[in-house]
Ligand binder design. Structure first.
Ligand code: SAM
Length: 272
C-alpha cells in the first residue's frame, strides 16, 4: 500500500488534517509520542501519483507498507461500553465480565473504517442510539457505512436499515461483520456513491460520518431522503470546518438541535 509520512509539529495537527481532507480522514493517521512536541503524520491508500505529489509539495517520505501493518495499530482488543445497553468489542473474549450481559457487537479490525475507537464513530454511535425510538420502527440510512458498525447497532435496536458505501472492501467487511453478529436483524447493504445513490424511500434518521467537503455536497440529497421531522446526524467534521457545514445545513433549512465535540472532531444533530 502507498503511504506518505512526515513529522509535523503536534500543535499543527488540525491544520495538516484540513489540508489533507481530500485524502479522507479515514486514510490519515497521526501518532503522538509521549513527551514529544512532534507527531508522525501518515496518509494511507494513496495512488502513486498522489504520493509523489505530496512528497514534492511537502517533503516527507514515501513508503510502501504491507496491508497487515496498516491494520496493526487497530489489532489490540478494545471494549467500548455504551451505557445503557450496548457493548462493543473486537473479540468476544475481550469483554470484561461486568459487560457480558449487555447486547453486544463484535467488530474486529478489518479493511474498513469504524471499529468504534475513532472519535467520530463514537460521537455518531451515541447520537444514533439516543435518537432511535426504544420500541423500534425507525427507518435508518447509514451513509458511508465503513465497517457497518452504525448500521448494525441501529438494526440491533429495531430499526430498518440501509447502509451505503462506495468502497467494495467496506461493503465486504460490513457483510462479514453482519455474519459475525448473527443475532442482528438483516441490514440492506448497497455499494454506491452517495452523490449518485437513489434510495427506495425516505428515512426517519440519516447518519453520515464522512468529511466536511462531501457533507456539504451531499446535504441537498440528504435533505430529500429525510422524512418530515427526520433526524440527521453528521460527523467527520474538523473544528475549522464546522462553520461551512453549519452554513450548508442552514441553506437546506435543516435546524441544528445539538452539537458535540471530541478533541478536534465535531458532530452535529439536525432536524428537518
Ligand atoms: C469516516 S468513514 C465512516 C465509517 C463508519 N460509518 C463510522 O462511523 O465509523 C467514511 C466512509 O464513507 C465512505 N465514503 C466516502 N465517500 C463516499 C461516497 N461519496 N459515497 C459512498 N461512500 C463514501 C468511505 O468509504 C468510508 O467507509
Amino acid at each position: 500500500m502507498n503511504v506518505w509520512q512526515r513529522i509535523i509539529p503536534a500543535k499543527w495537527t488540525d491544520e495538516w488534517l484540513e489540508r489533507l481532507a481530500w485524502a479522507g480522514p479515514q486514510n490519515c493517521a497521526v501518532t503522538y509520542l509521549p513527551g514529544r512536541k512532534t507527531a508522525r503524520l501518515e496518509v494511507y491508500a494513496l495512488t502513486a501519483a498522489q504520493r509523489k505529489k505530496l512528497t514534492r509539495e511537502f517533503g516527507g517520505r514515501a513508503v510502501s507498507k504491507p496491508q497487515a501493518s496498516w491494520l496493526a495499530p487497530q489489532r489490540r482488543a478494545f471494549v467500548l461500553p455504551l451505557p445503557p445497553w450496548l457493548c462493543l468489542a473486537a473479540r468476544a473474549a475481550a469483554i470484561p465480565p461486568k459487560y457480558r450481559r449487555l447486547p453486544r457487537l463484535i467488530i474486529p479490525a478489518g479493511l474498513a473504517f469504524g471499529t468504534g475507537e475513532h472519535a467520530t464513530t463514537g460521537l455518531c454511535l451515541r447520537q444514533l442510539l439516543k435518537h432511535l425510538p426504544a420500541g423500534g420502527g425507525a427507518r435508518v440510512l447509514d451513509a458511508g457505512t465503513g465497517s457497518g458498525l452504525l448500521a448494525l447497532a441501529a438494526s440491533l435496536r429495531g430499526a430498518r436499515v440501509t447502509a451505503v458505501d462506495y468502497d467494495a472492501d467496506s461493503i465486504a467487511t460490513a457483510r462479514a461483520n453482519a455474519r459475525l453478529n448473527a443475532g442482528v436483524p438483516p441490514v440492506t447493504w448497497r455499494r454506491a456513491d452517495l452523490l449518485q445513490f437513489k434510495p427506495a424511500g425516505q428515512y426517519t434518521l440519516l447518519v453520515a460520518n464522512l468529511f466536511a467537503d462531501l457533507l456539504v455536497k451531499a446535504l441537498p440529497r440528504f435533505k430529500q431522503w429525510l422524512a418530515a421531522g427526520g433526524t440527521l446526524i453528521v460527523s467527520g467534521i474538523l473544528r475549522g470546518q464546522e462553520a461551512a457545514v453549519a452554513a450548508a445545513l442552514r441553506k437546506e433549512r435543516l435546524t441544528v438541535s445539538a452539537r458535540f465535540r471530541k478533541g478536534k472532531w465535531i458532530c452535529l444533530v439536525a432536524k428537518l
